[in-house]
Write a protein that binds this ligand. Structure first.
Ligand SMILES: O=C(O)[C@H](O)[C@@H](O)[C@H](O)[C@H](O)COP(=O)(O)O
Length: 258
């Protein structure tokens, strides 16, 4: 995909985490309005880690049309949906239990349905094909918004440093049984899916992210997993970070004027 044009990432730095959470809510509200005005629906893919809690600002936001939301997962751990490690459980507790998204429009990766990781990845890919194929003529689905976190090792989704899946170009959804961070068995979106999204937002907060953020933004040639997220134009990548996370990067800041 190296020949596709890509916009430079935009770095938005917020003074505190509560301000970031409020601005993220405005950003998501605007993204969903744009999508719903154009196409009558909003497709969003969510991650785990601290991200679900960051969605709290959406719950009382006045301009959200929840009935038009279609929710998917960037990655998931191969655990039951009610397990404490489940990203779906975290998102349900932070958001879905508190807002009226129709249940049929929330698409968990349900390990209980199929034991085998390969089958589970294929089944989730089929879920995406069903949701997108007739809507977008593209080879890959075009999500309106993909929300990502980043680990201190630079991983994102379940795409880990030096892992073979960093080179996956065909599959939309892939299994892995050897994640270096437990639990080892997971399902993840691949780069082509993430990089065809209309908007991708990384959220990173805290001093623990300062070194890795500088490596990703100032030295993308290192090829850390988070640095490989570069949406194909007109897709745009945004970084939403707080001051402690931004302490070490020299990357230019953008005022998003939300
Ligand atoms: O899959 C996992 O093991 C974690 O969920 C991981 O991917 C997490 O999202 C990042 O490490 C960022 O974590 P924070 O958002 O909590 O900083």
């Amino acid at each position: 995909m190296a020949h596709h044009p890509r916009h430079a990432p935009l770095l938005a730095v917020f003074p505190t985490q509560p301000v970031l959470i409020a601005e993220l809510a405005h950003f998501v509200a605007k993204a969903q309005k744009d999508a719903i005005d154009k196409k009558g629906r909003f497709t969003i893919a969510l991650s785990g880690g601290s991200l679900p809690a960051m969605l709290a600002g959406l719950v009382d936001h006045p301009h959200i049309k929840w009935h038009h939301w279609h929710v998917f997962y960037v990655d998931e751990r191969a655990v039951p949906l009610d397990h404490p490690d489940s990203n779906h459980r975290a998102c349900t507790e932070a958001l879905f239990a508190r807002v009226p998204i129709p249940a049929a429009q929330i698409h968990p990766i349900d390990v209980a349905q199929l034991g085998d990781l390969e089958e589970l990845a294929d089944a989730y890919e089929k879920t995406l094909i069903h949701a997108f194929a007739q809507k977008d003529a593209a080879r890959f689905p075009v999500f309106d918004l993909v929300l990502l976190g980043m680990g201190p090792d630079g991983h994102t989704a379940s795409l880990f440093p030096a892992h073979a899946l960093l080179a996956e170009e065909d599959r939309w959804v892939a299994p892995l049984a050897d994640a270096p961070k437990p639990p080892p068995e997971r399902i993840t979106f691949t780069y082509p899916v993430i990089n065809h999204a209309a908007r991708v937002v990384f959220v990173a907060t805290g001093a623990g992210k300062a070194d890795v953020l500088a490596r990703v933004l100032d030295h993308p040639e290192e090829g850390l997993p988070a640095a490989r997220v570069r949406p194909v134009a007109p897709g745009q990548l945004y970084w939403f970070v707080d001051e402690p996370a931004a302490a070490r990067t020299a990357y230019p800041r953008t005022d998003l004027k939300l």
